[in-house]
Design a protein around this ligand. Structure first.
Ligand SMILES: NC(=O)c1ccc[n+]([C@@H]2O[C@H](COP(=O)([O-])OP(=O)(O)OC[C@H]3O[C@@H](n4cnc5c(N)ncnc54)[C@H](OP(=O)(O)O)[C@@H]3O)[C@@H](O)[C@H]2O)c1
Length: 290
Protein backbone atom coordinates (compact mmCIF):
# COMPACT_ATOMS: atom_id res chain seq x y z
CA UNK A 1 0.00 0.00 0.00
CA UNK A 2 1.32 3.49 -0.85
CA UNK A 3 2.07 5.84 2.03
CA UNK A 4 0.75 9.38 1.81
CA UNK A 5 2.22 12.05 4.06
CA UNK A 6 -0.17 14.83 5.03
CA UNK A 7 1.65 17.80 6.59
CA UNK A 8 -0.24 20.48 8.56
CA UNK A 9 -2.87 17.78 9.18
CA UNK A 10 -4.61 19.64 12.02
CA UNK A 11 -5.53 22.61 9.84
CA UNK A 12 -8.76 23.04 7.88
CA UNK A 13 -7.72 21.16 4.74
CA UNK A 14 -5.66 18.53 6.57
CA UNK A 15 -8.60 17.78 8.90
CA UNK A 16 -10.95 17.39 5.94
CA UNK A 17 -8.52 14.97 4.29
CA UNK A 18 -8.31 13.00 7.54
CA UNK A 19 -12.11 12.90 7.77
CA UNK A 20 -12.49 11.52 4.23
CA UNK A 21 -9.46 9.22 4.28
CA UNK A 22 -11.68 6.41 5.62
CA UNK A 23 -13.51 6.35 2.27
CA UNK A 24 -10.20 5.71 0.46
CA UNK A 25 -9.21 2.42 2.07
CA UNK A 26 -6.74 1.59 -0.72
CA UNK A 27 -4.55 4.45 0.58
CA UNK A 28 -2.45 4.58 3.76
CA UNK A 29 -2.07 7.98 5.41
CA UNK A 30 0.47 9.41 7.80
CA UNK A 31 -1.02 12.57 9.34
CA UNK A 32 1.46 15.00 10.87
CA UNK A 33 1.34 18.57 12.13
CA UNK A 34 4.02 20.78 13.64
CA UNK A 35 4.32 18.65 16.82
CA UNK A 36 5.13 15.45 14.92
CA UNK A 37 6.83 16.87 11.85
CA UNK A 38 7.84 20.51 11.78
CA UNK A 39 8.45 21.14 8.09
CA UNK A 40 10.98 23.88 8.91
CA UNK A 41 13.18 21.31 10.70
CA UNK A 42 15.47 19.78 8.06
CA UNK A 43 16.91 17.17 10.41
CA UNK A 44 13.45 15.92 11.43
CA UNK A 45 12.46 15.76 7.76
CA UNK A 46 15.62 13.81 6.96
CA UNK A 47 14.95 11.27 9.72
CA UNK A 48 11.31 11.01 8.71
CA UNK A 49 11.98 10.32 5.03
CA UNK A 50 14.80 7.91 5.85
CA UNK A 51 12.53 5.82 8.02
CA UNK A 52 9.23 6.03 6.09
CA UNK A 53 8.67 5.02 2.50
CA UNK A 54 6.45 7.80 1.16
CA UNK A 55 4.85 7.86 -2.28
CA UNK A 56 2.92 11.16 -2.04
CA UNK A 57 3.24 14.33 0.01
CA UNK A 58 0.20 16.58 0.38
CA UNK A 59 1.54 19.79 1.87
CA UNK A 60 -1.31 21.33 3.87
CA UNK A 61 1.12 23.04 6.26
CA UNK A 62 1.40 26.78 5.79
CA UNK A 63 1.67 30.13 7.48
CA UNK A 64 -1.89 31.37 6.83
CA UNK A 65 -2.26 34.42 9.09
CA UNK A 66 -2.58 36.93 6.24
CA UNK A 67 -2.54 40.13 8.33
CA UNK A 68 0.03 38.96 10.89
CA UNK A 69 2.43 38.08 8.06
CA UNK A 70 2.83 41.80 7.28
CA UNK A 71 4.88 42.21 10.49
CA UNK A 72 6.10 38.60 10.78
CA UNK A 73 7.68 38.21 7.36
CA UNK A 74 10.53 36.02 8.57
CA UNK A 75 8.26 33.29 9.90
CA UNK A 76 5.91 33.44 6.92
CA UNK A 77 8.93 33.07 4.64
CA UNK A 78 10.35 30.23 6.76
CA UNK A 79 7.16 28.13 6.51
CA UNK A 80 5.83 29.11 3.07
CA UNK A 81 9.15 29.24 1.20
CA UNK A 82 12.17 27.69 2.97
CA UNK A 83 10.30 24.69 4.38
CA UNK A 84 8.64 24.09 1.00
CA UNK A 85 12.05 24.14 -0.62
CA UNK A 86 13.24 21.54 1.95
CA UNK A 87 10.25 19.31 1.27
CA UNK A 88 10.87 19.54 -2.47
CA UNK A 89 14.49 18.39 -1.98
CA UNK A 90 13.29 15.24 -0.21
CA UNK A 91 10.49 14.72 -2.74
CA UNK A 92 13.08 14.90 -5.53
CA UNK A 93 15.57 12.57 -3.81
CA UNK A 94 12.95 9.96 -2.91
CA UNK A 95 10.85 10.42 -6.10
CA UNK A 96 7.74 11.35 -4.12
CA UNK A 97 4.79 12.90 -5.93
CA UNK A 98 4.11 16.33 -4.43
CA UNK A 99 0.75 18.09 -4.06
CA UNK A 100 0.97 21.66 -2.81
CA UNK A 101 -1.70 24.26 -2.03
CA UNK A 102 -1.41 27.91 -2.99
CA UNK A 103 -3.71 30.89 -3.04
CA UNK A 104 -5.66 33.43 -5.10
CA UNK A 105 -3.67 36.07 -3.17
CA UNK A 106 -0.80 35.60 -5.64
CA UNK A 107 -2.86 37.90 -7.90
CA UNK A 108 -3.27 41.67 -7.56
CA UNK A 109 -7.01 41.61 -8.20
CA UNK A 110 -7.00 44.12 -11.05
CA UNK A 111 -8.58 41.66 -13.52
CA UNK A 112 -12.26 41.56 -14.34
CA UNK A 113 -12.47 38.07 -15.79
CA UNK A 114 -11.56 34.87 -13.90
CA UNK A 115 -7.82 34.25 -13.50
CA UNK A 116 -6.37 31.35 -15.48
CA UNK A 117 -3.25 29.49 -14.33
CA UNK A 118 -1.08 31.44 -16.78
CA UNK A 119 -2.33 34.89 -15.70
CA UNK A 120 0.32 37.29 -14.45
CA UNK A 121 0.91 37.08 -10.70
CA UNK A 122 1.51 40.18 -8.61
CA UNK A 123 0.85 39.64 -4.91
CA UNK A 124 -0.18 42.63 -2.80
CA UNK A 125 0.63 41.09 0.60
CA UNK A 126 3.56 39.43 2.35
CA UNK A 127 1.47 36.24 2.63
CA UNK A 128 0.73 36.27 -1.12
CA UNK A 129 4.39 36.94 -1.92
CA UNK A 130 5.64 34.06 0.27
CA UNK A 131 3.08 31.70 -1.27
CA UNK A 132 4.21 32.74 -4.75
CA UNK A 133 7.85 32.13 -3.82
CA UNK A 134 6.78 28.74 -2.45
CA UNK A 135 5.22 27.94 -5.84
CA UNK A 136 8.55 28.70 -7.52
CA UNK A 137 10.26 26.17 -5.24
CA UNK A 138 7.61 23.54 -6.00
CA UNK A 139 7.86 24.07 -9.75
CA UNK A 140 11.56 23.07 -9.63
CA UNK A 141 10.35 19.49 -9.27
CA UNK A 142 8.66 17.87 -12.24
CA UNK A 143 6.40 15.55 -10.21
CA UNK A 144 4.40 18.27 -8.51
CA UNK A 145 0.87 19.61 -8.64
CA UNK A 146 0.04 23.06 -7.26
CA UNK A 147 -3.60 23.80 -6.52
CA UNK A 148 -4.39 27.48 -6.02
CA UNK A 149 -7.58 27.93 -4.07
CA UNK A 150 -9.53 30.79 -2.45
CA UNK A 151 -11.50 31.72 0.68
CA UNK A 152 -11.23 28.31 2.40
CA UNK A 153 -13.65 27.40 5.16
CA UNK A 154 -14.49 24.20 6.99
CA UNK A 155 -16.27 22.86 10.04
CA UNK A 156 -12.69 22.46 11.39
CA UNK A 157 -10.44 25.34 12.42
CA UNK A 158 -11.10 29.06 12.34
CA UNK A 159 -12.51 30.79 9.32
CA UNK A 160 -14.91 33.46 8.02
CA UNK A 161 -18.00 31.24 8.52
CA UNK A 162 -17.24 30.75 12.20
CA UNK A 163 -16.39 34.42 12.68
CA UNK A 164 -19.74 35.42 11.13
CA UNK A 165 -21.64 32.93 13.31
CA UNK A 166 -20.02 34.43 16.41
CA UNK A 167 -20.59 38.04 15.33
CA UNK A 168 -24.13 37.17 14.24
CA UNK A 169 -24.86 35.86 17.73
CA UNK A 170 -23.15 38.71 19.62
CA UNK A 171 -24.25 41.71 17.54
CA UNK A 172 -27.41 43.15 16.02
CA UNK A 173 -25.65 44.54 12.95
CA UNK A 174 -22.28 44.31 11.23
CA UNK A 175 -20.57 45.77 8.18
CA UNK A 176 -18.92 43.42 5.64
CA UNK A 177 -16.98 44.42 2.54
CA UNK A 178 -18.83 44.12 -0.76
CA UNK A 179 -16.00 45.29 -3.05
CA UNK A 180 -13.83 42.16 -2.79
CA UNK A 181 -15.11 39.51 -5.15
CA UNK A 182 -14.02 35.87 -5.16
CA UNK A 183 -15.33 32.45 -4.38
CA UNK A 184 -15.66 30.67 -1.05
CA UNK A 185 -14.25 27.13 -1.08
CA UNK A 186 -15.34 24.37 1.24
CA UNK A 187 -12.13 22.58 2.26
CA UNK A 188 -14.04 19.28 2.26
CA UNK A 189 -14.62 19.59 -1.49
CA UNK A 190 -10.96 20.42 -2.15
CA UNK A 191 -9.89 17.49 0.06
CA UNK A 192 -12.03 15.17 -2.05
CA UNK A 193 -10.42 16.40 -5.27
CA UNK A 194 -6.93 15.78 -3.83
CA UNK A 195 -7.91 12.28 -2.73
CA UNK A 196 -9.41 11.55 -6.15
CA UNK A 197 -6.20 12.64 -7.88
CA UNK A 198 -4.17 10.30 -5.67
CA UNK A 199 -6.52 7.33 -5.92
CA UNK A 200 -6.72 7.73 -9.72
CA UNK A 201 -2.91 7.84 -9.88
CA UNK A 202 -2.78 4.62 -7.88
CA UNK A 203 -4.96 2.97 -10.55
CA UNK A 204 -3.15 4.57 -13.49
CA UNK A 205 0.23 6.29 -12.99
CA UNK A 206 -0.25 8.80 -15.80
CA UNK A 207 -3.40 10.16 -14.11
CA UNK A 208 -0.97 12.38 -12.19
CA UNK A 209 -0.65 15.48 -14.37
CA UNK A 210 1.94 17.90 -12.94
CA UNK A 211 1.34 21.65 -13.15
CA UNK A 212 -0.59 24.53 -11.63
CA UNK A 213 -4.37 24.28 -11.24
CA UNK A 214 -7.07 26.60 -9.97
CA UNK A 215 -9.79 25.24 -7.72
CA UNK A 216 -12.69 26.85 -5.84
CA UNK A 217 -16.38 26.14 -5.46
CA UNK A 218 -18.47 27.24 -8.44
CA UNK A 219 -20.03 30.70 -8.57
CA UNK A 220 -18.87 34.12 -7.49
CA UNK A 221 -19.71 36.42 -4.57
CA UNK A 222 -18.47 39.21 -2.32
CA UNK A 223 -17.66 38.73 1.37
CA UNK A 224 -20.93 40.64 1.98
CA UNK A 225 -22.96 38.08 -0.02
CA UNK A 226 -21.15 35.28 1.78
CA UNK A 227 -22.01 36.81 5.17
CA UNK A 228 -25.67 37.31 4.20
CA UNK A 229 -25.95 33.64 3.23
CA UNK A 230 -24.33 32.49 6.49
CA UNK A 231 -26.82 34.56 8.53
CA UNK A 232 -29.75 33.23 6.47
CA UNK A 233 -28.74 29.59 6.75
CA UNK A 234 -28.26 29.91 10.51
CA UNK A 235 -31.47 31.94 11.06
CA UNK A 236 -29.49 34.70 12.73
CA UNK A 237 -31.26 38.05 12.83
CA UNK A 238 -28.05 40.10 12.66
CA UNK A 239 -28.31 42.75 9.94
CA UNK A 240 -25.40 42.78 7.47
CA UNK A 241 -24.49 46.11 5.82
CA UNK A 242 -22.31 46.38 2.71
CA UNK A 243 -19.18 48.45 3.37
CA UNK A 244 -16.16 49.41 1.28
CA UNK A 245 -12.66 48.03 1.82
CA UNK A 246 -11.45 51.58 2.56
CA UNK A 247 -13.80 51.65 5.55
CA UNK A 248 -12.43 48.35 6.88
CA UNK A 249 -8.65 48.79 6.72
CA UNK A 250 -6.53 45.68 7.37
CA UNK A 251 -2.72 45.40 7.61
CA UNK A 252 -2.56 43.22 4.46
CA UNK A 253 -3.96 44.38 1.13
CA UNK A 254 -6.29 41.88 -0.52
CA UNK A 255 -7.19 41.53 -4.20
CA UNK A 256 -10.47 43.26 -5.13
CA UNK A 257 -11.21 40.51 -7.64
CA UNK A 258 -9.77 37.02 -7.30
CA UNK A 259 -12.17 34.72 -9.09
CA UNK A 260 -10.31 31.63 -10.33
CA UNK A 261 -10.97 29.99 -13.70
CA UNK A 262 -11.33 26.27 -12.98
CA UNK A 263 -11.60 24.86 -16.51
CA UNK A 264 -8.17 23.25 -16.43
CA UNK A 265 -8.70 21.18 -13.27
CA UNK A 266 -12.22 20.19 -14.35
CA UNK A 267 -11.03 18.95 -17.73
CA UNK A 268 -7.75 17.35 -16.62
CA UNK A 269 -9.11 15.40 -13.67
CA UNK A 270 -12.71 15.06 -14.85
CA UNK A 271 -14.24 16.47 -11.68
CA UNK A 272 -17.54 18.13 -10.87
CA UNK A 273 -17.56 21.21 -8.68
CA UNK A 274 -20.53 22.10 -6.44
CA UNK A 275 -22.02 25.59 -6.31
CA UNK A 276 -20.71 27.58 -3.33
CA UNK A 277 -24.12 28.05 -1.67
CA UNK A 278 -24.79 24.28 -1.72
CA UNK A 279 -21.42 23.51 -0.14
CA UNK A 280 -21.95 26.22 2.47
CA UNK A 281 -25.33 24.74 3.39
CA UNK A 282 -23.72 21.31 3.80
CA UNK A 283 -21.02 22.70 6.09
CA UNK A 284 -23.53 24.73 8.14
CA UNK A 285 -25.66 21.62 8.67
CA UNK A 286 -22.59 19.82 10.00
CA UNK A 287 -21.85 22.75 12.31
CA UNK A 288 -25.45 22.77 13.61
CA UNK A 289 -25.17 19.09 14.55
CA UNK A 290 -21.74 19.40 16.21
N1 LIG B 1 -7.45 29.59 4.62
C1 LIG B 1 -7.70 30.17 3.45
O1 LIG B 1 -8.62 30.99 3.30
C2 LIG B 1 -6.85 29.80 2.25
C3 LIG B 1 -7.14 30.40 1.02
C4 LIG B 1 -6.37 30.06 -0.08
C5 LIG B 1 -5.34 29.15 0.05
N2 LIG B 1 -5.06 28.61 1.26
C6 LIG B 1 -3.95 27.64 1.37
O2 LIG B 1 -4.51 26.36 1.62
C7 LIG B 1 -3.63 25.58 2.43
C8 LIG B 1 -4.39 25.01 3.61
O3 LIG B 1 -4.92 26.10 4.34
P1 LIG B 1 -5.72 25.89 5.70
O4 LIG B 1 -6.77 26.95 5.76
O5 LIG B 1 -6.09 24.46 5.88
O6 LIG B 1 -4.57 26.28 6.73
P2 LIG B 1 -4.59 26.16 8.32
O7 LIG B 1 -5.94 25.79 8.79
O8 LIG B 1 -3.92 27.38 8.84
O9 LIG B 1 -3.64 24.89 8.55
C9 LIG B 1 -2.25 24.94 8.39
C10 LIG B 1 -1.66 23.94 9.35
O10 LIG B 1 -0.23 23.94 9.19
C11 LIG B 1 0.34 23.92 10.48
N3 LIG B 1 1.70 24.39 10.46
C12 LIG B 1 2.18 25.66 10.58
N4 LIG B 1 3.51 25.67 10.56
C13 LIG B 1 3.91 24.38 10.44
C14 LIG B 1 5.18 23.76 10.39
N5 LIG B 1 6.30 24.45 10.51
N6 LIG B 1 5.23 22.40 10.25
C15 LIG B 1 4.10 21.67 10.16
N7 LIG B 1 2.86 22.21 10.22
C16 LIG B 1 2.77 23.56 10.35
C17 LIG B 1 -0.58 24.83 11.27
O11 LIG B 1 -0.36 24.71 12.65
P3 LIG B 1 -0.67 26.01 13.58
O12 LIG B 1 -2.13 26.24 13.47
O13 LIG B 1 -0.20 25.55 14.92
O14 LIG B 1 0.15 27.13 13.01
C18 LIG B 1 -1.95 24.31 10.82
O15 LIG B 1 -2.35 23.17 11.55
C19 LIG B 1 -2.46 26.51 2.78
O16 LIG B 1 -1.40 26.27 1.90
C20 LIG B 1 -3.02 27.91 2.53
O17 LIG B 1 -1.99 28.82 2.19
C21 LIG B 1 -5.80 28.90 2.37
Amino acid sequence: MSNILITGANGQLGSEIREQSKDFSILKFIFTDIQELDITDSLKLKNFFNSNEIKYIVNCAAYTAVDKAETDKKNAEKINVIAVSNLIKFATNFRIKFIHISTDYVFDGNANTPYTESAKTNPKSVYGLTKLKGETEVLRYSQSVIIRTSWLYSSFGNNFVKTMLKLGTDREEIGVVYDQIGCPTYARVLANVILQIISNTEKKTDAFKPGIYHFANNGVCSWYDFAIEIMKLSNLKCEVHPIETKDFPTPAKRPAYSVLNKSKIVQTFNIEIPYWRDSLEYCMNLLKNK
